[in-house]
Design a protein around this ligand. Structure first.
Ligand SMILES: Nc1ncnc2c1ncn2[C@@H]1O[C@H](COP(=O)(O)OP(=O)(O)OP(=O)(O)O)[C@@H](O)[C@H]1O
Length: 349
């Protein structure tokens, strides 16, 4: 079964400052992810502010073009949708959900108008009667009645309700992929789980994959089939959520897991993250070395390369190559190969 999503060594750089003296930053730096297509998946992208999550989401949504690399959705490169007349086709396959539902809808338009327009514009319904059936259906799937939203404006809803309506709207074309960028960030903490639970339910009901971008690790670990951890533009760990939870293998993922409040966990353990944050970033080598509790000298001078711990778990860390820099003798017994990152050939033994 072909993967539903392939992100092939994708980078996106931004130029900051002037034409000649400005510097380039790699918001997304050679990210490679393959999401299996055998059944619908929820993949969370986690990482702190500035790690590149939103830039990656925008690349998948075609709101930005990659500086290099390709993204392939269900066997079709996203560049195939570049032509104007292919835009609708793309929107039928990939739908976004944004952080703030109040900015997704104009304050001057009733929300049901949006739903009807989406159904008609994306050729899901040929007329208003057909559209009504579709709209009623998608609203029911997110726990709302059409009668409850009919003729109302965005400010007549709570943030949680409006986010459910955005989800309903995204479902209208029955897309293969929904990209949700921090969809619960503006919602009351007590209601976040309801939204996240919806993703789990809808995944099977609509056979739709979700990319869930979040700071909220507790919901990410709860909802995900796969987890991608990003740090300063790099994908530093990717794998099945079960593997990541039971065997977090990048020191940063370990730290993130440690920072999730858990019943019975002492305050002193929570303080760990802040301590590491205060340390200096290293200039060369691993971007995380300055904060890493396991860093050795080599980590400050040699860029890490991706090590496959098993078929569904990979990590960008020299620790998993026993800090060796040329000899690919992996410590993990299941390891059988390492993959590129173009910088891997700069490693000398
Ligand atoms: N249009 C842009 N021009 C210049 N730099 C940008 C642009 N968009 C993003 N960046 C930079 O790229 C890096 C990654 O940003 P991005 O928004 O993707 O991170 P993020 O992980 O989504 O952060 P947050 O959780 O705060 O949204 C940051 O350093 C950011 O300042």
């Amino acid at each position: 079964m072909r993967p539903i999503l392939q992100i092939n060594d994708v980078s996106r750089t931004f130029k900051l400052g002037g034409m000649f003296f400005g510097k380039k930053i790699a918001a997304v730096d050679q990210v490679a992810i393959e999401l299996p297509g055998d059944k619908p998946q929820i993949m969370s992208i986690v990482g702190e502010s500035g790690s590149g999550k939103t830039t990656l989401a925008k690349l998948i949504l075609r709101l930005l073009d990659p500086s290099s690399g390709t993204i392939v959705l269900d066997g079709v490169p996203l560049s195939a949708y570049n032509k104007r007349d292919k835009r609708k086709e793309f929107l039928k396959k990939v739908q976004p959900i944004f952080q703030n539902p109040f900015t997704s809808f104009s304050a001057r338009k009733t929300v049901d108008t949006y739903l009807f327009e989406t159904a008609m514009n994306l050729d899901v319904a040929a007329n208003k009667k057909e559209a009504l059936a579709v709209v009623t259906d998608v609203l029911k799937s997110v726990g709302l009645e059409y009668a409850h939203i009919k003729g109302k404006y965005p400010n007549q809803f709570s943030g949680g309700e409006l986010q459910r309506i955005s989800i309903a709207r995204a479902l209208i074309p029955k897309p293969s992929l929904i990209v949700a960028d921090e969809p619960v960030a503006m919602i009351d903490a007590s209601l976040r789980m309801n939204i996240v639970n919806l993703f789990k339910k809808l995944k099977d009901e609509y056979n739709v994959n979700f990319i869930y971008i979040t700071h909220d690790l507790s919901t990410a670990y709860y909802v995900s089939d796969y987890i991608a951890t990003m740090y300063k533009g790099n994908l530093i760990e990717f794998g099945h959520a079960r593997n990541i939870l039971n065997n977090p293998s990048h020191p940063y993922t370990e730290l993130l897991l440690d920072s999730i409040p858990r019943v019975g966990k002492k305050w002193a353990e929570d303080a760990l993250l802040a301590d590491f944050e205060s340390k200096q970033e290293s200039e060369a080598g691993c971007k995380f070395a300055g904060r890493c509790p396991y860093a050795k000298d080599v980590c400050h001078s040699v860029e890490p390369y991706m090590v496959h711990l098993d078929t569904e778990h990979k990590v960008l860390c020299l620790k998993h190559n026993d800090y060796k820099t040329g000899n690919l003798a992996f410590v993990h017994k299941n390891s059988n190969h390492s993959d590129k990152k173009d910088n891997s050939h700069s490693i000398s033994g």
